[in-house]
Design a protein around this ligand. Sequence first.
Ligand code: PRP
Length: 178
Amino acid sequence: MIDAVKEILIDEETIRKTVNDLAKRINEDYKGKNLVLLIILKGSSVFASDLARKLNMDVTLEFMQVSSYGSGSVSSGEIKILKDAQIDLNGRDVLIAEDIIDSGNTLNALVKLLQKRGANVEICTLLSKPSRREVQVDVKYTGIEIPDEFVVGYGLDYAEKFRQLPYIGILKREVYTN
Ligand code: PRP
């Protein structure tokens, strides 16, 4: 464990099992379909690449990068598209892969945007912090619900660091309060 991390919240084995369970449900639900797995950069990249390799229907990988408007870590109801998908999503089965849902603002706005484009959208998130929710989001696949702690690793960052950790850890308070 690295020094900045106070404790491991979710270890590698639990992550692996959670990803497998999610993939199993998705494989059953989308059997015979042609799925667009929409990977939301950057946080979802690690989770989605593990998830994608467990899927056994026809899968197209697409990427978007969005950011919430607003200052600091507080997200508002609007999103800015930093990188857009490269294919027409009209009529497609789109599964959004997210690393974490916090306030719900990012996903709420993104789902509306994709529905406007004619996509049949569902959400798969590895982590969810239900206590932080500001807007209701219908999430079909949730991996693990976690408490309101500052978590890093397996794609999640603090100031663009720690995404590469193979586990999800709780960051020491002094790392982000200086
Ligand atoms: C994180 C996460 C979600 C969003 C969730 O992304 O990947 O997209 O925040 O927060 P919300 O539910 O409060 O809207 P972030 O903007 O930190 O970008 P990153 O994935 O590049 O780290």
